[in-house]
Design a protein around this ligand. Structure first.
Ligand code: NDP
Length: 402
């Protein structure tokens, strides 16, 4: 948690949900729908899923609904005609939604597409509940500088980071030795490198513990997700790369561990259910009852831990190396990964190509001297665009990879 700690300020919390039609958006609106006296929905947004967005806007009495894809505007407008809900589209519409007066903005758009609206929400100086880790991987330095400048109350809704937030003792921040994020290991935790390289899309989408959107599900299968999360934690909690580690924990019950200088290790445990970190971000600093199933350690499966295998999951090494190098490398890592994952989701490349494309793109950009520290968000987005071009060329060079 960064800045402030003072909710509730009034009776009703006004919430905007950017990325309302996604997995995090659905969990957020599920929680809000359970406590209608406590929350009011301001703006909801989607990319192109106008029908689902319109249904959510009506159900929750939103004031504004926005699709970022202008082609979806007509469908949104006609579905919401006569409801009194305002509609808008395109990047300008997304800006209006992000800037709308709200006590909390949930930033749950997937990918770097969520960066600009999240920065607009940050600039309002109200609470931002951040799911979009790609914002911090691409532009963490600038994002956090904006959070400080606008005194924004930033709360994470990534489950491992929420765990860290809960066990990080404010009074002993200088005594933190190591922060460890756990990883389920994904569907290929026990697979050989050869089998992983040619895994099908259907197999990669079978996450053992979490139901999430397609991009993060593939990131979990490559374990790039945990690498992105280390970079996210570096910025959120102002830690050095050497203070960050990961541990494979197949049961996803222990989410994070913080080791202090006296040898104490504090951990956060809960059943895997995103509604818990979301509820905590909405209600912070209070805890309120959630529908999350209770944890009973007497009947829970045995908790196991193992080191992450960087040979079978090369995305871990790629992300660690990028974190060591700094902002240019992490922005490029994120962009190349977004391109490669989109290609895999569209069945245009093999699973094993994802790490290859990321690695080759970073090498090419490094060779051209483009991985230096960007000096502003504009430079981050320029590098993002160039990386996407390089990654697309690298993918094309693989031929028909299906
Ligand atoms: P989903 O794919 O389920 O949802 C993504 C949302 O973003 C949808 O509302 C989608 O709209 C919208 N969107 C997609 N592309 C764009 C775009 N170009 N411009 C504007 N809006 C867009 O993703 P998740 O909910 O799984 O993940 C959201 C974020 O939260 C990610 O950054 C992820 O890493 C993070 N996160 C997710 C967790 C989870 O459990 N799902 C856990 C921890 C973090 P449409 O429906 O129209 O496509």
């Amino acid at each position: 948690m960064v800045n402030g700690s003072s909710w509730p300020r009034g009776d009703v919390m006004r919430v905007s949900v950017l990325g309302a039609t996604g997995s995090i958006g659905a969990s957020t609106l599920d929680l809000i729908g359970r406590e209608p006296a406590q929350f009011a929905v301001q703006a909801v947004t989607a990319n192109s899923n106008a029908v689902a967005l319109a249904a959510l806007a009506k159900k929750h009495g939103a004031k504004l609904a926005v699709v970022s894809d202008p082609a979806a505007y007509a469908a949104l407008k006609s579905t919401l005609a006569g409801t009194g809900i305002d509609v808008a589209a395109g990047p300008a519409g997304l800006e209006v939604a992000a800037a709308m007066e709200a006590d909390c903005t949930v930033a749950a758009i997937v990918g770097v597409a969520g960066l600009a609206p999240a920065l607009i929400a940050v600039a309002r100086g109200q609470r931002v509940a951040l799911a979009n880790k790609e914002c911090l991987v691409s532009a963490g330095r600038f994002f956090m500088a904006n959070v400080r400048r606008h005194k924004t109350e930033l709360l994470t809704i990534d489950s491992e980071h929420s765990g860290v937030m809960q066990v990080l003792e404010t009074r002993n921040r200088d005594q933190v030795v190591k922060v460890t994020l756990t990883a389920s290991g994904g569907p290929f935790r026990t697979w050989t490198a050869e089998a992983i390289a040619t895994a099908s899309l259907e197999q990669a989408l079978q996450h053992p513990n979490w139901t999430m959107g397609p991009k993060i599900t593939i990131d979990s299968a490559t374990m790039m997700n945990k690498g992105l999360e280390l970079i996210e934690a570096q910025h959120l909690f102002d830690l050095a790369p050497a203070q960050l580690d990961m541990l494979v924990h197949a049961q996803s019950i222990v989410h994070a561990l913080v080791e202090y200088s006296d040898g104490s290790v504090l951990a956060q445990l809960a059943q895997p259910d995103m509604r818990l970190p979301i509820a905590l971000a909405l209600n912070w600093p209070r805890r309120r009852p959630t529908p999350t199933p209770r944890l009973n350690l007497a009947t829970a499966p045995a908790l196991t831990f193992e080191a992450a295998d960087e040979t079978r999951f090369p995305c871990i090494r790629l992300s660690r190396e990028a974190m060591q190098r700094g902002g240019g490398a992490t922005a490029a890592l994120n962009a190349a990964n977004e391109v490669a994952v989109a290609a895999f989701l569209a069945k245009r490349c093999k699973f094993g190509h994802i790490a290859q494309v990321v690695s080759a793109s970073l090498d090419l950009l490094d060779g051209r001297g483009l991985l230096g520290e960007p000096q502003n968000v504009g430079a981050v987005m320029e590098l993002d665009g160039e990386t996407r071009r390089v990654a697309a060329e690298t993918l094309a060079g693989l031929g028909d990879g299906r």
